[in-house]
Design a protein around this ligand. Structure first.
Ligand code: GLN
Length: 483
């Protein structure tokens, strides 16, 4: 495996160039994408011209840590000149006229874009099956899903079609696909990564973050992605951090909280076994464990599926066929234009969310649903507040089970929604959460472990994950036939 640090070293010593690296990755994309469908858009000429610019910067001695290292971007980030679809027919022909903050930062760091990755439509899904561009397949078993909504980014990294990728996480969309594909992914504290130019799903929950094989890669990438941005009113004005600073810190005395609610019914035996074995490993490294409780976490899926659709119904009202995106070919009047455009442009899951959202916000139901869900959100955040009085990091599974088969849950939305039972509370509270690989099930599918931290403790989560990865090699393994 080649890590971001190793790639940067190869570039710094002149052993390779960004153009060569990008050519290698583009060749791998050409070889594997027809099977995996991880990328919606690839534009080799554009990638290579960015690579040439990065090589020129290095030649002038003006390169930064990651200059020339390529990256894949989830197709939710607007990137100037790139088609930006958000996995939807609504934006299938939309070329972004500007860069999202995250894209701008990666560009400023000199990281060429390898392409835009597939995703669930408007990031609504846990399997990548809601994408207008077809499902992504899991590199570990192509009959199985890679998770979602950042399934394209996860599959791209797992198959090493990219050394790293960006993702977004509203209820688990970085962590759950990371778990199902055997890579590492971090959802930062809300407000750490700017949402400017990141197509909105549920604005109070959405957060961009890094996806890569290991925690060290994620730390380097978060250094690039994070930072205050006045164009996002929820971006936090904090001093810049070096997220790699604590990677090497020993785990002696770190208190790891094990929430009893995360190890009960619904968790598969294989996942429980692997997660608990990882806990033992961390104890051998000096960590201590404490039992904690998150009594309201069982209500998080219910609260989320009121709040997220409510926000989505408002955010998606902008797709009206007038200003940009899909427009129905024929219509009688303005109302007919809206109706036909939205009927044609949105898929089933997106329509379901818009209907739920408008319902829970409507007069007479607002108090019964929306307001109640907001109250639950507060209680869920308070559970974490109390747990963090007893521990430094909370540990549990990322997903209840390993990758499921394509089509297995599409007919049952509630079964699909339960894929995020362990991740959603973190978004409701605005906390940072990280998923890292901790083993395989009996079918050879990757298992993910989740670490949850108090606000702004990303460096601590990366530290624990990195220390674990120094003595394990789950994150280095590749699917059979994919060396
Ligand atoms: N699976 C969840 C949903 O469908 C979360 C998606 C996400 O985090 N973007 O809403």
């Amino acid at each position: 495996m080649t890590t971001l640090t190793e790639l940067a070293a190869l570039l710094a010593t002149g052993k390779t160039s960004s153009v060569e690296l990008c050519q290698d990755y583009l060749a791998r994309i050409a070889a594997w994408n027809p099977t995996l469908n991880a990328f919606i858009t690839v534009d080799a000429e554009r990638t290579l011209s960015e690579a040439r610019a990065a090589d020129a910067l290095r030649a002038q001695g003006r390169g930064g840590a990651l200059t020339g290292v390529p990256i894949a971007h989830k197709d939710i980030f607007c990137a100037e000149g790139w088609r930006t679809t958000c996995g939807s027919r609504m934006l299938a022909n939309f070329t972004a006229p500007y860069d999202a903050s995250v894209i701008e930062r990666c560009k400023a760091a000199g990281m060429p874009c390898l392409g835009k990755t597939n995703m669930d439509e408007f990031a609504m899904g846990s399997s990548n099956e809601t994408s207008f561009f077809g499902p992504v397949r899991n590199p570990w078993d192509v009959e199985r899903v890679p998770g979602g909504s950042s399934g394209g980014s996860a599959a791209a990294v797992a198959a090493r079609m990219a050394p790293a990728a960006t993702g977004t996480d509203t209820g688990g969309s970085i962590r759950q696909p990371a778990a199902l594909t055997g890579i590492t992914g971090l959802k930062p504290s809300y407000g750490v990564v700017s949402r400017y130019g990141m197509i909105a799903f549920a604005s109070s929950l959405d957060q961009g973050g890094p996806m890569a094989p290991g925690a060290e890669d994620c730390a380097l990438l978060l250094n690039v992605m994070a930072g205050f941005d006045a164009r996002d009113s929820t971006s936090l004005e904090r001093a810049p951090e070096d997220y790699t600073r604590d990677l090497a810190r020993p785990l002696t005395g770190v208190r790891i909280g094990l929430p009893r609610e995360f190890f009960g019914a619904g968790l598969s035996a294989d996942t429980a076994r692997a997660v608990l074995a990882a806990v033992e490993e961390l104890r051998r490294q000096g960590a201590e464990t404490v039992d904690v409780s998150l009594p309201n976490s069982g209500l998080s899926v219910a609260a989320y599926y009121v709040l997220a659709p409510a926000e989505a119904s408002s955010n998606l009202s902008r797709y009206d066929g007038v200003r940009y995106g899909h427009r129905a070919a024929e219509y009688r009047d303005l109302t007919d234009l809206y109706e036909r455009t939205r009927a044609e442009g949105f898929g089933t899951e997106v329509k379901r969310r818009i209907m739920i959202g408008t319902y829970v916000l409507s007069h007479g139901y607002y108090d019964a649903y929306y307001l109640q869900a907001q109250k639950l959100r507060r209680l869920i955040a308070r559970d974490f507040e109390q747990a963090f009085r007893q521990c430094d990091v909370i540990l549990g599974p990322t997903a209840p089970a390993t990758a499921f088969r394509l089509g297995e849950k599409t007919a049952d939305p509630v079964a699909m929604y339960l894929s995020d039972i362990y991740t959603i509370a973190v978004n409701l509270a605005g906390l940072p959460g990280l998923s890292l690989p901790c083993g395989f099930d009996t079918a050879g599918l990757p298992i993910g472990l989740q670490l949850i931290g108090d606000y702004f403790t990303e460096a601590r989560l990366l530290n624990v994950a990195h220390q674990y990865q120094c003595i394990t090699d789950w994150h280095r393994r590749l699917p059979a036939g994919m060396s």
